[in-house]
Design a protein around this ligand. Structure first.
Ligand SMILES: N[C@H](CCC[C@H](N)C(=O)O)C(=O)O
Length: 287
């Protein structure tokens, strides 16, 4: 059976996007993992499946699978690729779209310049809801932020890594570093991703503050490794930076694969993510 897909990216975070409305897309975690493999498969950070929603007033359902085959709650860069896909495939005409994801509904807007703005809903700031195990941990306060000491490799006790714990529907552990290019993303990233205090694992963000309105960011993503950009990671980093008193909305996030713009008006308010979405090629494979 031939399965069609579209290869896309959002600031270098790359995806295989499937029309799950007109073709049956139901793969095992092993099949997703093989598809994502950059040698034995097609290659991607995540795979996105477009389906119709059964909820009233909601246009589509959007499922996200990481390169390791696991289904996850949210993907900010993927949401932008999603909008571009449903328009290019003429699955919808309107430019403001409501989409059901694993844990809620998000609203997407295709801008006249071709960029996409995503209402990412409000961040979850209660660490235990992320979820993160705070047992026996003594948190620190910086401005409005709660920071948690996390033992990472040899960085323990007084040298523990200070993280902000934020959920954008998916879990994020964000730390400030002086130089992202020199940050231990590939050594500490995997240790944080699978840290026992994160029962669902976590995306590990490394943020360098440039000024009040600009950061550089690298993210070691749960289930995908370091990606060239992470939309939900950019949202979590900006939320953490604003709460810590280092940033003021809007914030330009420079990722290795491109630029994202994040706006946030404060606790309880939605985070807005704006950025590019690019179609690279159409493909198909035999299942
Ligand atoms: N690795 C993430 C999912 C993809 C998020 C990222 N690609 C984005 O743009 O938000 C997780 O396991 O929660």
């Amino acid at each position: 059976m031939k399965i069609k897909f579209t290869k896309m990216h959002g600031a270098g975070n790359d995806f295989l996007v499937f029309n799950g409305i007109h073709q049956q897309i139901a793969f095992t975690p092993e099949q997703w993992k093989k598809l994502a493999d950059r040698r034995f498969g097609v290659g991607a950070d995540q795979m996105l499946v477009v389906e119709r929603s059964t909820l009233p007033e909601v246009d589509f359902r959007y499922r996200i699978f990481n390169a390791d085959g696991g289904e996850v709650e949210h993907c900010g860069n993927g949401a932008r690729a999603f909008v571009k896909f449903v328009h290019e495939k003429k699955l919808i005409k309107k430019t403001r779209i409501k989409v059901e994801i694993m844990k809620g509904i998000i609203e997407l807007n295709l801008e006249t310049d071709g960029s996409v703005t995503v209402d990412m809903n409000a961040p979850i700031l209660d660490a235990t809801q992320v979820p993160f195990d705070t047992t026996d941990l003594v948190s620190k306060t910086e401005a409005q932020a709660t920071l948690w000491p996390l033992n990472v490799g040899k960085k323990t006790g007084k040298s523990a890594v200070l993280i902000s714990v934020v959920s954008m529907g998916n879990p994020h552990a964000v730390q400030i570093v002086t130089d992202v290019d020199a940050a231990p993303v590939l050594t500490d990233g995997p240790l944080i991703e699978c840290h026992p205090r994160f029962p669902h694992h976590v995306n590990a963000g490394f943020m360098q503050i440039i000024d009040q309105h600009n950061i550089k960011l690298r993210v070691f993503e749960r289930g995908a490794g370091e990606t060239l950009a992470c939309g939900t990671g950019a949202c979590a980093a900006v939320v953490a930076g604003i709460l810590r008193g280092h940033l003021t909305s809007p914030v330009q996030v420079t990722a290795r694969g491109g630029e994202l713009t994040i706006s946030w008006a404060g606790v309880g308010q939605s985070v807005f993510l704006t950025g590019p979405a690019v179609t690279v090629f159409e493909g198909e494979f035999n299942l």
